[in-house]
Design a protein around this ligand. Structure first.
Ligand code: HDE
Length: 728
């Protein structure tokens, strides 16, 4: 039994419930003493000595040798030499923001977690989004799963929900994680390719590990190339437990649903964005928050009674499976808002340390073997990355709840613990710090009943590797299916060893023969009747491989709407970026009317022109240019508007970069509008005016309205087959 308060003296604890709840600004206030602002200040050394000359080192005569005595030079260079810390072994590339979380109504029926009880309570949070495979400096637009890690600074301690934007994972057991990551990372002999899964070692591994197939379907879909961090879902992936005030437990899957809907770019765009703006997602998040267009997500829960644990055609402990929303609906229970950018990337985004083991009373773990492995990994990795056991004292990692324990010392210790006692039990310290009883929100592990033999095995249902991969495929719209096929053709097309490609086509045939056929065609292969040898190579020595081969279990759901982005929110053009393509002689009225309509709808418009500075308008006015054509591409925008003005559109029609700009927007199925002589630019780009929005007579409010509707649709996929013939 867990020990309740042990109190050798009459000192009484201050139960957390008795303390005033921390205000939502508490984390920002806590960070304040650590913030530094050099405005109007004099330059000093790290010791506070004011520096008179920061231009010259100390030398014997102007052309003589430097002196070891120069403590200012040495301090500066030494600090510089030590600026780098190891980047995260995975999820190295990321961007983050501050915000808050608010529950809609008390969740006491499910959990006793204090931050989920009171709808008026705003819990401060810090969220970090990331890619997995690439280095810290790699492109944001890699085809990859995105990390979606949320740190809740609750009054009961930090709760970290360290999830991804894809609800399943590649592997079922933590022991395979280093293998997976070694396979996907740049190949070790020549460190190629960066931030890409399109290479032999990744597909060699995947083709031997059928448990990855479901995840592969997601990663080959456009989910792996989001339009924005603000437009992707988040998932806790594992099944967790909720524990209520009476000690009753239920299983839970955590979801984040973006209010702007789930949207992606096309692979061709991703490749081009990687060149035009490799910081695309990072910039997008930063700019939205600076503009006050705060990104928002709803927290969703799929709650499953403990008694229902075994009623599904999959195992709840298997992280390669989803719980279809048709079987257990997602309850939307609260909202996350990001409203503040970090002040300093390194201090906050780089040094933040997440850990799935950071939980609060009312939230507990399951025996998912991937989750169990993660519980070990995250502290371990911080010890290396952040240099020692005191990383919780780095300002961004400090809980807003007080810390009192007998942990002491270590590298870079900040806390000055007072008193002579650093052990428990004690009488010299009055028994403090005391253990917290349940009433004082002491964490008590859920007493799950377990009995069994020690084995290195997995649950039987874990071996159904393909049913949900097929479910995902069946649930996609036609354009989404096409994109998956193209992604697989691209990825496997980069694989040099033929047998790997062939084996992978064989694996895909287990998901769907049409899918496999389409991929095979692109690779110049045929779908084999049967995979050569056994399907699953993740088999222990001395085991019977037959026992490890995939099984097929009957599933209740054959098609799930929630899995397709075609069914997402498409009712807003908010925060969408529109390029207004113009040159000297543009009609200011057309620009103004459209700009006002876009701004009123919360969209952002930018003037893109052949040169920077300002444009001379047709009416003699000046139109300030935001970007020259040289510095951007339509891949960085959601839509394009070409206003009239004969000299302007003549210049654009004769400018190859302007024509390419429009062609690419068309090819990527984006909303395009042209007014007045703007149609001439469409003609020069050989775009059928029927396929886009045009008005020869100039812009009206109705036209702007129709344009906004088209932007809200994200893309016009009906144009795609035709658009693929566009040379751009
Ligand atoms: Fe992680 N993962 N992971 N992971 N993970 C890390 O921790 C690990 C897994 C996820 O923005 C590391 O602090 C193992 C699943 C995110 O700082 C490391 C296994 C999911 C982030 C680590 C997994 C994730 C990480 C590297 C298999 C989705 C970035 C740096 C057992 C639910 C957090 C660090 C941030 C980071 C280990 C699998 C999500 C090495 C061993 C599944 C979002 O500890």
């Amino acid at each position: 039994m867990p020990t309740e308060e042990s109190r050798p003296t009459d000192k009484s604890p201050r139960p957390r419930a008795d303390r005033a709840a921390a205000p939502d600004t508490v984390k920002q206030e806590a960070l304040e003493p650590f913030r530094e602002d050099a405005d109007g200040q004099l330059l000093t050394t790290d010791q506070g000595l004011r520096i008179n000359d920061d231009q010259n080192s100390l030398k014997v005569s102007p052309r003589g040798p430097s002196l070891l005595e120069d403590f200012i030079l040495r301090e500066k260079i030494t600090h510089f030499d030590h600026e780098r810390i190891p980047e995260r072994v995975v999820h190295a590339r990321g961007a983050a923001a501050h915000g808050y979380f608010q529950v809609y109504k008390s969740l006491s029926r499910y959990t006793k977690a204090a931050f989920l009880q009171d709808p008026s309570k705003k819990t401060p949070i810090f969220v970090r989004f990331s890619t997995v495979a690439g280095s810290r400096g790699s492109t944001d637009l890699a085809r990859d799963v995105r990390g979606f890690a949320v740190k809740f600074y609750t009054d009961e301690g930090n709760f970290d929900l360290v999830g991804n934007n894809i609800p399943v994972f590649f592997i079922q057991d933590a022991v395979k994680f280093p293998d997976l990551i070694h396979a996907v990372k740049p190949e070790p002999h020549r460190e190629i390719p960066q931030a890409a899964s399109a290479h032999d070692t990744f597909w060699d591994f995947i083709s031997l590990m059928p448990e990855s197939t479901h995840m592969i379907m997601w990663v080959m879909s456009d989910r792996a190339i989001p339009r924005s961090y603000r437009m992707m879902e988040g998932f806790g992936v594992h099944t967790f437990r909720l524990v209520d005030g009476k000690g009753t437990t239920r299983f839970v899957k955590f979801h984040w649903k973006p209010l702007l809907g789930v949207h992606s770019v096309l692979w061709d765009e991703a490749l081009k964005i990687s060149g035009k703006d490799p910081d695309f997602h990072r910039r997008d998040l930063w700019e939205a928050i600076e503009a006050g267009a705060y990104p928002e997500w709803e927290l969703g829960l799929q709650v499953i009674e403990e008694a229902d644990e075994h009623k599904f055609g999959f195992d709840l402990l298997d992280p390669t499976k989803i719980v279809p929303e048709e079987l257990v609906p997602v309850e939307r229970v609260g909202r996350l808002t990001l409203d503040r950018n970090p002040d300093n990337f390194f201090a906050e985004t780089e040094q933040v340390a997440f850990h799935p083991g950071h939980v609060v009373p009312g939230i507990d773990f399951t025996d998912d073997p991937l989750l169990q492995g993660r519980l070990f990994s995250y502290t371990d990795t911080q010890l290396l990355r952040l240099g020692g056991p005191n990383f919780h004292e780095i300002p961004i990692n400090r809980p807003v709840a007080e810390i009192h324990n007998n942990q002491r010392d270590g590298l870079m210790r900040q806390t000055i613990n007072r008193g002579r006692v650093a052990y428990h039990p004690n009488t010299l310290g009055g028994g403090c710090p005391m253990q917290a009883g349940r009433a004082a929100a002491g964490f008590v592990t859920y007493p799950e009943a377990i009995s069994g033999q020690k084995v290195r095995e997995r649950g039987e249902k874990f071996f159904d590797h393909f049913s949900q991969a097929t479910l995902f495929w069946n649930s996609q719209s036609d354009p989404e299916k096409q994109h998956i096929v193209q992604a697989l053709r691209f990825e496997l097309g980069k694989v040099e060893v033929l047998t790997i490609r062939e084996r992978m086509v064989g694996v895909l045939a287990q998901v769907d023969r049409t899918l496999a056929g389409m991929v095979a065609e692109g690779l110049g292969l045929t779908v084999p009747a049967k995979v050569d040898g056994q399907l699953n190579h993740s088999v222990p020595a001395d085991a019977d491989p037959k026992k490890f081969q995939p099984i097929h279990l009957k599933q209740k759901v054959a098609n799930s709407q929630a899995l397709s982005m075609a069914n997402t929110v498409k009712d807003t053009a908010k925060t969408r970026k529109v390029a207004i393509l113009a040159a000297d002689g543009v009609e200011e009225d057309a620009v103004g009317t459209m700009q006002r309509a876009l701004t009123a709808a919360g969209a952002i418009s930018k003037i893109v022109a052949p040169h920077g500075g300002t444009l001379e308008g047709a009416g003699g006015g000046e139109v300030p240019v935001d970007f020259s054509l040289l510095t951007v591409g339509s891949v960085l925008f959601d839509a394009v508007f070409i206003p009239g003005g004969a000299p302007s559109t003549r210049a654009l029609a004769g400018d190859a970069s302007a024509v390419l700009f429009v062609r690419e927007a068309y090819k990527h199925c984006k909303a395009i509008a042209a007014s007045g002589t703007g149609l001439a630019v469409l003609e020069a780009a050989e775009i059928d005016a029927q396929d886009v929005l045009t008005r020869r007579e100039g812009v009206t409010a109705q036209m702007a309205e129709a344009f906004l509707k088209a932007i809200a649709q994200h893309r016009d996929w009906s144009r795609e087959t035709k658009a693929q013939k566009v040379p751009a």
